[in-house]
Ligand binder design. Structure first.
Ligand SMILES: [Zn+2]
Length: 303
């Protein structure tokens, strides 16, 4: 049975059609969009592309081509050379790692600056059966048929202390400060400290991490002018506010930015939303206070 279809309609069928078996199609190249031609659906014209091309070079409009495999199917050439496309489907098994995550658990018996790995954790592994459809060996679609876990993921568990330190060894109280600045909690009390200020795993943590759900509003800790609102390397989406008296505050890993550079914000004004952008393993706010460019421990200012 011969059908009339436009060339772009046929290409669309070729790409979008779901075929569970292997077919060879013949299509006509060099046609403009909207041109019509005749073809017989699902007809094998040849197993060998070279033969098809040779045939194509000798064909002219109006001629008929008989299939080499099935004598009953006939192509009628209306214009252009013939091009064959080999559509194949194949089920393949793919392995994918399930990366472990870090869970932070509060421990009231430990001091605020302490952390302890109580479970190292292990990456998991899953296998997926994927059906890949290809046109002349080039993938055009894939469909997930089945998925199963081979190795269960085991998260890393880190305990952090919540007991207040007896002596604050991080920073001396700011007794000589002439101009006082009061900082409000940047999440308005929401969340918990998942990492405190100071030495951490062989490096120095410039601020505190407050774990909270994605999208939790971040508020300006004090009034000031926004000097940065954008993406900055390991900080991810970052807002910096200059409070005009030597103090700056940093709000990092945001999922959304509301404040604009140059904007004056009041204390408690919403400036961004909690996220996990940049170098971050979970949703949290990395909050820094800088005094004359030097990082200081924000803890005593906001708790
Ligand atoms: Zn941090």
């Amino acid at each position: 049975m011969l059908e009339q279809r436009s060339s772009n309609e046929f290409t669309s069928y070729l790409v979008n059609g779901k075929k569970k078996n292997t077919w060879k199609y013949a299509i006509f190249s060099g046609l403009t969009v909207g041109a019509t031609f005749a073809y017989a659906e699902n007809t094998v014209i040849s197993d060998n592309k070279t033969i098809v091309n040779e045939v194509a070079n000798t064909l002219s409009s109006g001629e008929e081509v008989r299939s080499t495999q099935d004598e009953t199917n006939i192509y009628q050439i209306t214009s252009g050379p013939v091009l064959s496309v080999n559509i194949t489907t194949e089920d393949v098994v793919l392995k994918q790692e399930i990366p472990k995550e870090i869970e932070y658990v509060a421990n009231s018996a430990m001091y605020e600056d302490e952390t302890k790995v109580v479970q190292e954790g292990q990456d998991g592994l899953k296998e997926m059966v994927v059906q890949i459809e290809a046109a002349d060996g080039v993938e055009i679609s894939r469909e997930l048929l089945q998925e199963y876990v081979v190795v269960e993921v085991k998260n890393q568990i880190i305990e952090y202390g919540t007991k207040a330190p007896i002596v604050n060894t991080q920073i001396a109280p700011q007794t000589t400060q002439t101009q006082s600045t009061t900082f409000a909690h940047p999440l308005n009390g929401v969340g918990y400290i998942s990492s405190s200020y100071g030495s951490r795993w062989g490096s120095f943590h410039n601020g505190i991490d407050i774990a909270a759900g994605a999208g939790t509003p971040i508020y300006a800790a004090a009034a000031g002018t926004v000097t940065y609102s954008g993406y900055m390397g390991t900080y991810g989406y970052l807002v910096i506010i200059d409070h005009g008296n030597g103090y700056e505050t940093y709000y990092a890993h945001a999922s959304a930015l509301y404040a604009k550079v140059g904007q004056y914000v009041t204390q408690g004004q919403s400036i961004a939303a909690v996220g996990s952008t940049g170098n971050s393993t979970g949703n949290h706010l990395h909050f820094e206070i800088r005094e004359n460019g030097q990082c200081i421990n924000p803890y005593s200012y906001i708790y």
